[in-house]
Design a protein around this ligand. Structure first.
Ligand code: ZN
Length: 241
């Protein structure tokens, strides 16, 4: 079975279209949330994920768009973008997002937006990674949320390893080790590579591949300006941060 796992699309339909074009028709598409927020095409992204993804979990920006969750912790640009998203979000998008759960458990892996149990926690260091491993018995967890392509591995002795995957690459899963895989972001990469990111998980080969791909950033920037979203949301796309 091949799974294509996308996350943090953030209303960037140009990037989502290109990601889906790279994903095979037989691949099962899974989405880790933050379909809306920041970007200029929230409804289009919801519709496209609704049509193509087999399953999706809720992200914090999706929840913020629905019910102002956590906006007091957002920076000015994120807050302005959520206010705009709330104005344009259709009833259909709202209803569909409202039906998403916080986690999905498959026989051999777990899907959450940020971390197991504490769904919107950021796994940014070995300490938070260790806590995340302790909060689940899943041997493999897929996350997004940080917009950074990387993975954390728990060795049989409990020690934690880490690797950035900002240029793409593969991970061969090994027996006895547990993994937290951050698939990176489709709509707003923040690991200093402006190319967008998603992951392919081949469950029979026990292999994860990070795919980095270019998309027309200038077109998204023009749309951001056109709907008067903050400038910063456009410029950060070209620096990947
Ligand atoms: Zn996000």
């Amino acid at each position: 079975m091949r799974y294509a796992i996308v996350s943090d699309i953030h209303g960037n339909i140009e990037s989502l279209e290109r990601a889906l074009a790279l994903i095979g028709d037989e691949d099962t598409v899974l989405c880790l949330g933050d379909i809306v927020g920041y970007g200029p095409n929230p409804n289009e992204c919801v519709r496209m994920i609704q049509a193509r993804a087999q399953n999706a979990v809720l992200g914090n920006h999706d929840l913020a768009a629905l019910e102002n969750f956590g906006v007091e912790y957002f920076n000015d640009a994120a807050r302005a973008a959520i206010a705009w998203t709330q104005e344009v979000l259709s009833d259909e998008s709202r209803t569909w997002l409202n039906g998403l759960s916080y986690e999905l458990r498959f026989p051999d892996f777990l899907l959450v937006h940020g971390a197991p149990v504490n769904y919107f926690e950021y796994i940014l260091d070995k300490r938070t990674a260790a806590r995340a491993f302790a909060n689940t018995d899943a041997p493999l967890v897929f996350i997004g949320h940080t917009h950074i392509a990387e993975y954390w591995v728990q060795e049989p002795d409990g020690s934690i390893g880490h690797k950035h995957m900002q240029n793409g690459g593969e991970l061969q899963l090994e027996e006895g080790r547990r993994y937290i895989v951050d698939v990176g972001s489709v709509g707003q990469p923040r690991d200093l590579n402006p190319d967008a990111s998603f992951a392919i998980y081949d469950s029979s080969a026990r292999r994860v591949e990070w795919v980095r791909y270019p998309y027309p950033i200038a077109e998204v920037q023009e749309k951001i300006h056109h709907v008067h979203l903050p400038d910063y949301l456009a410029t950060r796309l070209e620096s990947g941060r």
